[in-house]
Every structure is written in C-alpha cells, then in structure tokens.
Design a protein around this ligand. Structure first.
Ligand code: NDP
Length: 600
C-alpha cells in the first residue's frame, strides 16, 4: 500500500501499482488482432438494420436538376448550423441533402427508450439564445432535442432548402466549371460551387461480426432504429409487447446504459451481454429553474459553453458553471493544484492519481447499488476515466437487481462467441432469445470509406479514400489539397469537444467565413497550399504524442482505434484546448490574408 500520495499527503487507501497492473491485465484480455475489422457494416445483407422506420415507405419525387452555390451533405446539427451561419453572412443559395425524413441527424435516428443527451442541455442545444428556447431539464431527452432541431429548421426557414430522404452517393470535382457534381439516391443532377460535409460522427451504425449473426431466426434491430412495432411503447417506456419475450442486448456503452433500464423493466427475461463495463456515474437530472432562466444575460450560452470546454480539457478555471459529473474530475484536479502549481510529468502523475480516486468511487458505487456480489464485480470498470466515454445514469445499475435481468460477462472470449438460429452462445452456454438488440455503436473510428460511405473524387481524379488512405491531412481540419471548395466538418485535425454542438457551431462559422470571403474576393477555387497543409499536419502530430501514450494504455474501443498498436488515433484532433483552437482560427480570420490557402 502506498504511504503518501502525489502531494505528500496521507495514504490514499489504494496501491497505484496494483491498479496499473489490473488496468493492463483487463486491457490485454480484450485486445483483438482484428481491431476495427471485427465489425461489419450495416449494408448489403444487413441493410435492413439501417432502414428508416419513421417515414412512410414508397416515397418518390422527381429528380432535381439545379446549380447551387453551396451543397450541405447532412441535416443534423452540424449541417443546420452551417446553413444558418452562411445565411447570416448573406449566402442563401444553399441545398441541404439529408438521408432521413427530417432534420435532427442523430436525434432523428436515435429514438430508443431513454435516449438522452448526457451533456448539460444549456450547453448542448445549439442556438438557444437565437431561438429563445430554454430546455426543460438540465439533461434533455431525445424528443426535446429532435423538436429543437425542427425549431431551428422553422426559425431559419431551412425546410425550404432541404431535400429529405436523399442520400449522397458520390461527389466529383469538375475542373472546367469549377464546381462539384453530386450524385444522389434520387437521381438528382446537382452542381454546387462549394460542398460542406456535415455527416456527423455517429451517422452509420455498425454490427459486431459475430459468427452466425446472419443465421438468427428471431427478431433483431440496432438501437439507432428502435422497433417500437415489436417492443410496443415509445421513448418514454411502456414496452408492453416485450412482456412475453426473452431479449438480449449486446453492448454496454452510452446507448445501452440508457435503454437497458426500460428493456429490463418490461421484458420477460433480459440478458445483457457485456464485454467491457462502462463507468456509470450519477445523473441527477433536474428541471430548469425558471428564476435562473429569467436572469440569463445576453451571451450566456457562449460563456457557459466556453467555461465547460475549458474545464473538460483541464484548463485553469475560476468558476464551474455546469458543475456536474463531467466537470467533477477537473474540479478535483484544481483543488490538487493541477494546472496552477503543477505542470509536465508532475501534472500527469497528479491526473492519474485523481483518476484512481475517481474510478474507485465509480467502482464503489457499483457495490453500493448492485446486490449480487458477482454481478457487481463484473460491472466494475478497470481503466482510466477517459479511456472510454464516461456515462451517467441513475437507473442502469439498479436494473441488475431485477430477478428477470442477467448480466453475461463475455470479456474472456472478447465478445459474444456465436449466434445461432435461436440464441447466443457465451462462455460455452446457449442463451435462447426471441430478440437481439444491437447496442454496438457506430462507424466512428473505422476506415474512412466506411465512415464517409460516399465516393469523393477531387481534381486529377484522386479519390479521397486514396488521398487520406494513411491518415487525414488538412489545413485546420477543414480543407485538403486536391479537393477544391470542399469543406469537412469533423474532429480530425480540428478542435474537439465532448460538447459536439459547440464545436460544430465554430466550424460552421469558420466555413461560412471562407465561403463568404471567396465570394467577396471573386475566388472560384480554394484549397490549401501543400506547404501549409504539411505544416498543420506536423503540428497536429506533434501535439498528439501524450494522447498516443495514453490511448495505448487503454482498454480497446473507438477512442483508441480498438487498441491498435502503435496507437495512431485515426481521428487525430487538435489535442489542446478547443477554446485555444477557436482563438487560433479567430486570429487567422482577423489577419484577413487567408494564409495557407491557394485562391484562384
Ligand atoms: P459504443 O461504441 O460506445 O458501445 C458499443 C458496445 O458494444 C460496447 O459496449 C462494446 O464493447 C459492445 N460490443 C461490440 N462488439 C461486441 C461483441 N462482439 N460482443 C459483445 N459486446 C460487443 O456505442 P454506443 O452506441 O453506446 O455509443 C456510441 C457513442 O454515441 C457514444 O460514445 C457517444 O459519443 C454517443 N452517445 C452519446 C450519448 C449522449 O448522451 N450524448 C448517448 C448515447 C451515445 P467494448 O466496449 O468491449 O468494445
């Protein structure tokens, strides 16, 4: 047992070496040589898992034949924000192409019971001040967020420029007209001067490549296409048709921990197949205090978002406006002197120490809630807090005290072993079920081809999939050589925040600036210079080293490319504070010379 902590204080009640050893052992147990390839795409034979359950089948429309200034691929928050920020600058000739039947993106698709955003709603929901809307609770449920995306669509008249139920299949740059030609699932002929890719990180669900998956004869679906016809009820619960059903949920990530309490409450029998437990912290949702809302001053949302962004990257702060379990760990670090008095290796050591304490509490929480000791033991996460996305829920752990709910630990076999016609095999035992629910996540860190699912051909016939085959290379994360007038909204080489919408809003504002400036300067072709791109690329690589070391020590998951070694985080974001990144972009715009871009 250690006798002093990193500050020379009294014994902490844990041995860091023992914990480090346990973390490594648990990681090694789960490492798979097939990494990302263990997952199969929800296409071809599995295309049924991605069908849109929310639209009336049989929709048709005449193909569109038109030229526009800007085409936006995706009508989730990122695409909507891009359109809003362009319109604010007077760029109005826009089309938004969206696969779903309405705006909302991830909140259009994910309507599973209990779906909720675990980020403070006053930070997460975009354009709150602009639309005059105040969320009902500190953490909004999916229904409210989806309604808000429709509110934005109506407030900014985005419905008039949207083509729904329209997937973009291919984009091809045409040098002669200096524009992009778009091919869509509806046979449209659209030519656009500029294209903005706004597909979001969780657009395409993925399935585990478990042997025999195609042989199952019961019912099955992915959480992002919840089948209420089968389960009954709605996002608020009452899944009454499960009363006589044996159900398996595969996966225990952020989605699973939200829907499992509802399935557990209604199913005759629920088996939860868990490979790696989530860290499940308290939720403590509260209704919005009307007095607080009434007292908000202009600019409050930006201030709150910046404060949250600062805190969750470990920047020094004086006030914690959000004050929740996301910010909790950083509050502790501040108390310990992190960032103020400690830096370099000392700060990293301190961070690890506080992390041990925090994760011990998370594990203690399991013991205090889950009655069966063996089940409680299996539900304990043995890794550092940010190895996997932390989760927050007050109903998940108590679900394992229900007599009809069984946790099946599949960590030893690195996942469910096999699926048969009538069930799942784990640890040598067959679990017969009527329904399998795949809570197995999204194409977040799989190959670009799978994530993008669009053929993009730039100048000189280069495919983006060849151009970025090794890794994404850009200027500031937005533009890349050989793909003129093409803008990317995402995290690679760009700023990263767990509050995705604040990140997307800044990206939208930067892209709107670039397109507006191109118009003002009568520029018809814009792409980064090879030198500027190379410079940004090496800057990003340089700052990612600490993250790579950390990623390598973690249990596999999409955060670390499924534990790939050497860890080259496929997404490679700007590793510093997102507020600093935004300031860097603001300075760049302020300079006014569009440095690093080739303008013709
Ligand atoms: P995840 O990728 O986080 O989780 C997938 C789950 O499936 C993991 O538990 C994984 O285990 C498990 N799994 C995969 N293959 C197998 C297998 N062969 N056998 C057994 N288990 C398997 O997906 P989620 O949908 O939960 O979350 C994805 C992301 O979506 C989140 O991280 C977050 O960014 C976003 N999200 C955000 C929410 C919010 O509140 N803002 C809510 C929900 C989702 P293992 O961990 O071992 O790989």
């Amino acid at each position: 047992m250690a006798e002093i902590d990193a500050n020379g204080a009294a014994a902490p009640g844990f041995d860091p070496d023992v914990l480090r050893g346990k973390y490594r052992q648990e990681r090694d147990k789960r490492l798979r040589s097939d990494g990302n390839e263990q997952y199969i795409e929800a296409r071809g034979h599995f295309a049924g898992y991605t069908e849109d359950p929310y639209v009336t089948p049989g929709f048709t429309r005449e193909p569109v034949d038109r030229e526009v200034e800007v085409a936006i691929v995706g009508g989730g928050f990122s695409g909507m924000l891009a359109a809003v920020r362009l319109r604010e600058r007077g760029v109005t000739d826009i089309v938004i192409l969206e696969k779903g039947g309405d705006f909302g993106g991830t909140w259009y698709w994910n309507r599973y019971p209990g779906a909720q955003c675990d980020i403070d709603a006053y930070c997460y929901l975009p354009l709150l001040e602009e639309t005059g809307y105040i969320p009902k609770e500190k953490y909004s449920y999916a229904e409210e967020i989806y309604a808000h995306s429709k509110r934005i669509g109506e407030t900014y008249d985005l419905y008039s420029i949207a083509l729904f139920q329209t997937g973009v299949d291919a984009l091809r740059w045409e040098e002669s007209s200096r524009s992009w030609r778009l091919e869509t699932s509806r046979g449209d002929r659209i030519k656009a001067r500029f294209v903005i890719m706004a597909q979001g990180p969780v657009g395409n669900g993925k399935l585990p490549g478990i042997p025999g998956i195609e042989t199952f004869k019961g019912h099955s679906f992915h959480t992002s296409r919840w089948d209420y016809d089968y389960t009954g009820g709605n996002a608020k619960g009452n899944l009454h048709r499960l009363a006589d059903k044996r159900v398996a949920v595969i996966g225990t990530g952020a989605t699973a921990i939200q829907c499992i309490p509802y399935v557990g409450k209604h199913a005759k029998q629920l088996y939860v197949f868990q490979r790696t437990p989530s860290s499940v912290d308290e939720r403590g949702n509260t209704p919005t205090d009307p007095d607080w809302a009434a007292a908000l001053q202009t600019g409050w949302q930006r201030e709150r978002r910046e404060n949250f962004n600062d805190i969750v990257v470990g920047n020094p702060f004086t006030v914690d406006l959000v004050a929740d379990r996301w910010t909790d760990i950083f509050n502790r670090l501040m108390v310990s002197g992190f960032g103020k008095t400690l830096s370099g290796p000392e700060a990293l050591q301190q961070m690890e120490w506080v992390d041990f304490e925090k994760m011990n509490e998370i594990r203690g929480r399991v013991d205090s809630i889950v009655a069966d000791p063996a089940t409680a033991e299996a539900l304990k996460p043995w890794y550092r807090q940010f190895c996997k996305r932390p989760t927050f829920n007050d109903e998940y752990l108590p679900t394992f005290n229900l007599p009809n709910v069984t946790l099946v630990d599949v960590s030893i076999s690195k996942g469910v072993e096999r699926i048969t016609e009538n069930g799942l095999v784990a640890n040598g035992k067959l679990y017969e079920v009527d329904c399998i629910i795949y809570a197995t996540g999204f194409e977040i860190s799989t190959s670009l081809k799978r994530r993008l699912a669009i053929d993009v051909t730039g100048s000189n016939d280069i495919s983006i999939h060849d151009h970025w085959a090794q890794r994404v290379k850009t200027l500031h994360g937005f533009t890349t050589t050989g793909f003129p007038n093409w803008f990317f909204m995402g995290v690679s080489q760009n700023g990263l925040s767990v509050n995705m919408t604040s990140m997307f809003d800044e990206q939208a504002q930067h892209i709107a600036y670039l397109i507006d400036e191109a118009g003002k300067r009568q520029v018809t072709r814009l792409e980064p210079t090879p030198e500027a791109q190379a410079q940004w690329d090496s800057f990003i690589r340089g700052m990612g080293q600490t993250n790579r070391d950390f990623a390598e020590s973690c249990t596999p998951g999409y955060y670390n490319g499924e534990g790939r070694r050497p860890a080259v985080p496929q997404l490679e974001p700007f590793a510093g504070s997102i507020n600093k990144f935004h300031a860097l972009l603001a300075d760049w715009r302020e300079q006014g010379d569009m440095a690093g871009l080739n303008l013709e």
